[in-house]
Design a protein around this ligand. Structure first.
Ligand code: NAP
Length: 277
């Protein structure tokens, strides 16, 4: 008798010990009673190609990719989804039956789904979005906000050239504003997003003056340690609907899990509780 093969998936990064993905996927595997495993894989940059070649032969059906390999991994995939091409990074790999590798990026999807779940009344097309920061995560945020119908993105970043590059890549609906002016544009946003790492445990605080923020603005922070950043706390005090960043991490994992294990997982309070430990 041949036993059915047990699908394997995992997350490739370096370092990887801090990753919450194994706990998240492990929880879903258990919840849906799926015979599969999801493991953390610490991989050096120069071993990435060899590791990806070997994984399908070892029973892996796909994997997530995280820092620092999200851009470099693109050279090892055979097909890339449009959204991953636009974002310029891949965070989800699917090992197809014909031996080829499909690369996708689900960060923007996770960002939008988190807002939809946390602020059901939120509508991207209600007005401009103000985006603080222009790093890797900001690319996914800008791409997905434009796709969801935001009429304009007011983008500001400490290092101006990074914001200019996003404008170049995403077009005229993106308007770049000087970092020192950040406080002055908050009142224009129907949506306000912090994509900088400021406010994260161990980092400096985000010091953008928030007095101009209107209570109608939906505010979200990509930082999720702490869960309630000072940025979100201030927005809350002003009366804004706020959405923390943990949900983005949880929702971005949904498409990969569904492709690998054949079941679409639900992000609910129990998922949050398990991942928060
Ligand atoms: P990144 O590429 O390194 O970008 C960091 C961003 O923070 C840049 O815009 C950078 O501005 C800005 N920044 C850093 N220190 C600053 C300072 N002292 N003053 C002003 N700006 C500063 O990182 P990333 O991958 O985009 O990630 C950004 C944050 O999002 C991290 O906290 C990450 O954990 C979080 N994140 C969360 C999720 C989620 O699922 N919730 C997903 C992805 C990322 P410069 O360009 O001027 O350096």
């Amino acid at each position: 008798m041949t036993l059915p093969s047990i699908p394997l998936a995992g997350v490739i990064g370096n370092p990887i010990a801090h990753s919450k993905s194994p706990v998240l996927h492990g929880h879903w595997l258990k919840t849906y009673d799926i015979a599969g495993h999801y493991v953390p894989l610490e991989v050096e940059a120069d071993a990435l190609g060899d590791v990806l070649k070997a994984m399908p032969k070892m029973g892996f059906v796909g994997c997530n990719v995280t820092i620092p390999h999200k851009e470099r991994v693109m050279q090892f995939v055979d097909q890339i989804t449009d959204r991953a091409t636009l974002i310029g990074a891949v965070n989800t790999l699917i090992f197809l039956n014909d031996g080829s590798i499909l690369g996708d990026n689900t960060d923007g999807y996770g960002f939008i789904e988190n807002l939809r779940q946390g602020a059901p009344e939120w509508d991207a097309s209600a007005g401009p979005a103000v985006v603080l920061g222009a790093g890797g995560a900001a690319r996914a945020v800008v791409a997905s906000l434009l796709d969801a119908g935001a009429p304009e993105i007011l983008l500001t970043n400490r290092t101006r050239v990074r914001a200019d590059k996003l404008r170049e890549d995403f077009g005229a609906r993106v308007k770049v504003v000087e970092w020192v002016q950040a406080g002055n544009i908050l009142e224009e946003g129907a949506t306000l997003v912090n994509t900088t790492s400021l406010g994260m445990t161990g980092k400096s605080e985000l010091r953008v003056p928030m007095d101009g923020l209107r209570k109608e603005t939906v505010v979200t922070d990509l930082v999720y340690t702490p869960l309630t950043t000072n940025f979100l706390r201030t927005a809350n005090e002003i009366g804004c609907v706020t959405v923390d960043g943990l949900g983005m991490l949880l929702h971005q994992a949904v498409p990969g899990f569904e492709r690998w294990f054949g079941r679409r997982p639900v992000v609910d309070d129990e998922t949050r509780r398990v991942v928060l430990g």
